[in-house]
Ligand binder design. Structure first.
Ligand code: GLU
Length: 254
């Protein structure tokens, strides 16, 4: 299977912006194991800005663009250093790809990206993708990594996109406010009712929330790819997700 896994800042970093060592180590172990089992794995990783906040000792997620971009420049190094070190323990080679919205909108650049990622997979490398936050301005950015994950999954004809977040999946109501909210295990079609269930942006240093996840689901399911939203607090759920077992919310590809 060709699997794209997107992991959010809320999984990778503590609210302080420092690395969540347990989550990242478990994630790398599971992804390495999936590779060893013969799957092709592409990781879309957030966390650059969040980790930059931690490393630069900033008080919280910056509001202004230059500080955000500076934090991303610092945090992206920290992220790739961590991934490189951990994946190397299992003999996997990582490759960094940084994209902006312009790269995927522009025919030739998108083709270059597609060629490169396919070649990396042939060479046995594990591509790790993020938005190029240090240069992406409002006009040219994708904006969130749920959408970026969907773009990547469509570009590489993935079989499965998994969005690991700090929420267990899509609920019938906001579970933070409504104790009676129930998890929806399978979404067969993205109806206006399903779209209406998406609330706003999620926690602290994070970007997306459920709105961007449903948008991502619309994109990938239309091209026949399944998408699962699950909680990244326990990355071993990826084993069950890959086997098609019920974890989180699965949006079924058409
Ligand atoms: N590219 C951003 C970062 O690495 C994250 C965007 C997102 O999580 O949606 O900090």
């Amino acid at each position: 299977m060709r699997i794209v896994v997107k992991v959010g800042t809320s999984t990778l970093a503590h609210p302080t912006g420092h690395l969540n060592i347990r989550h990242v180590e478990e994630l790398v172990t599971v992804l390495s194991d999936l590779r060893n089992a013969g799957h092709e794995v592409i990781l879309v990783s957030s966390g650059a800005i969040g980790m930059g906040v931690g490393k630069l000792h900033l008080p919280g997620k910056p509001a202004d663009i230059p500080t955000k971009q500076a934090a991303a420049a610092v945090g992206q190094c920290e992220l790739m250093y961590t991934y490189d070190r951990l994946f190397t323990q299992y003999n996997h080679t990582v490759a960094q790809i940084l994209l902006t919205g312009e790269d995927v909108d522009h025919e030739e650049r998108r083709q270059n990206f597609e060629n490169t990622i396919n070649r990396l997979l042939e060479l046995g490398a594990l591509p790790i993708i993020n938005e190029n936050d240090t240069v992406a301005t409002a006009e040219i950015k994708v904006g969130d990594n749920d959408t970026l994950g969907a773009i990547v999954a469509c570009t590489v004809n993935a079989d499965l996109l998994v969005l690991l977040s700090d929420i267990d999946g899509l609920y019938t109501a906001d579970p933070h406010q409504n104790p009676g909210a129930a998890l929806i295990p399978v979404v067969g079609a993205i109806t206006p009712e399903i779209e209406a269930l998406a609330g706003g942006v999620g926690s602290g240093l994070a970007t997306g929330g459920m709105t961007t996840k449903i948008r991502a689901a619309k994109m990938v399911t239309a091209s026949g790819c399944d998408m699962v939203v699950a909680n990244g607090a326990n990355p071993t759920v990826l084993y069950d997700i890959v086997e098609g077992k019920a974890v989180g919310t699965r949006f079924v590809g058409k």
